[in-house]
Write a protein that binds this ligand. Sequence first.
Ligand code: FPP
Length: 258
Amino acid sequence: MTRPIPLRPAEPPAAPRHIGIIMDGNGRWANRRGQPRTAGHREGAEAVNRTVTACRERGVEVLTLYAFSAQNWARPETEVAALMQLLYDYVLGERASIMRQGIRLQAIGDVEQLPSFVRGPLRALEAESRHNHDMTLALALSYGSREELVRSARALAERVARGELDPADIDEAALGGGLDTAGWPDPDLIIRTGGERRLSNFLLWQAAYAELYFTPVAWPDFTPHDLDAAFAWFADRQRRFGLTGEQVEADVMERASC
Ligand code: FPP
């Protein structure tokens, strides 16, 4: 029997290259303090700042933050408006800091749905930061993984209909290449704050082999210390990518002896 080729080298994970974060628990954080939900989101924006800086300092290549889902449009109008205002404030207020830190900002999701007062500055910062290399900060906005997959599948179907693509050539690379995250490493680690244990339509395809870390800490309380706890947990995981534990061990030994 020939040996299967691992999807990625089977080395112990040092640091995650791509982290996705589901920033949950803002509303409950605020309610516990007798404040409106929007106060939790405002405090959550502070947690965004410190987490972005901490990830960059720890050498993360891509940080994807689930800031507003395709389904969040159905929240009360006042909450949606407050979140849009916070995004606007973030893009304008953090512009200098993002540039100073050499961060490339990119939005993923159905960005055209965002109101133009948010979309304009967002697109401008995407363009201004496009040559930055120290970290990519992906903001998932009006984002849904199922919706993203549908967009990619539809684009392939249109190419087939135009006679440009043979259905037999549709493979993982073709479908993955049509996603908003094309060209990025898949997330190694997905963190969800706020105590719930689900993916909520976040990076479903890309998370096929991600390690999932759930913490009860509400997003506004999330600190670099909590990030380090997630990193430490991640470093202890054995990533097998479909192989057996023994195969992974043997691979590590083989590499060590080279
Ligand atoms: C989920 O918590 C959080 C959101 C829907 C919004 C996240 C937004 C921010 C952290 C601030 C703005 C973002 C940036 C990038 C500046 P929830 O409201 O569902 O919390 P709950 O489960 O306690 O109700």
